[in-house]
Design a protein around this ligand. Sequence first.
Ligand code: AMP
Length: 218
Amino acid sequence: MRLVFLGAPGVGKGTQAEKIAVQYGIAKISTGDLLREAVRAQTALGKDAKSYMDQGKLVPDSVVIGLVRDKLSEPGCAGGFVLDGFPRTVPQAEELGKVLSQKSIRLDRVINFQVSREDVVKRLSGRRSCPKCQATFHVDFAPPKASDRCDRCGDGLVQRSDDKREAIETRLKVYEEQTAPLIDYYDRQGVLTHLDGGGAVENVYQALTKVLTPYKKA
Ligand code: AMP
């Protein structure tokens, strides 16, 4: 199964990608996670990417495309993958198309998660994450047992710098201008399904697995 999860920041793509990757035994490729890893490891790429990310802007296409190309060549992706947060621009989508056709494979489905702007802002501004084990929580919807401490490893929770108000506004604007055109792009290719991403994680997951069942390989 080869999938792309599209949608504005905060629609829950990452959460659903995580679950789908486990359920179908495929690789989850999240460019946001790969970039945050590079920032933490203070690699040259991470140092370059950090200022774009902190402001909520997109990291240049060439950087992200290189990361995804390398990842797709790893043996772990041979059995299928779900791309979370990539592509985010038309040039990225075109490049992905080229990489896949070189490998003689195609996307099975692109899922466009839809959530109201108001809910997206609530989800992002209340999100907290653990810098040590990367577990995520939400102050209202999924609060940690002890406030500000990770349930899993006990480390102090933090708010991602790009989940602060100003960066959220920038990310949503960037999404509208640069990523939303991909909805039409994939619709024209006949691989797009819209999915209501509002509501509880489990309900969205049930609806998602229903959509994906016909594409499950024997
Ligand atoms: P995410 O975790 O997917 O919300 O991504 C966090 C940040 O990483 C974004 O706001 C961008 O700065 C950067 N990023 C992630 N994926 C991409 C991408 N495909 N193209 C450019 N920048 C990206």
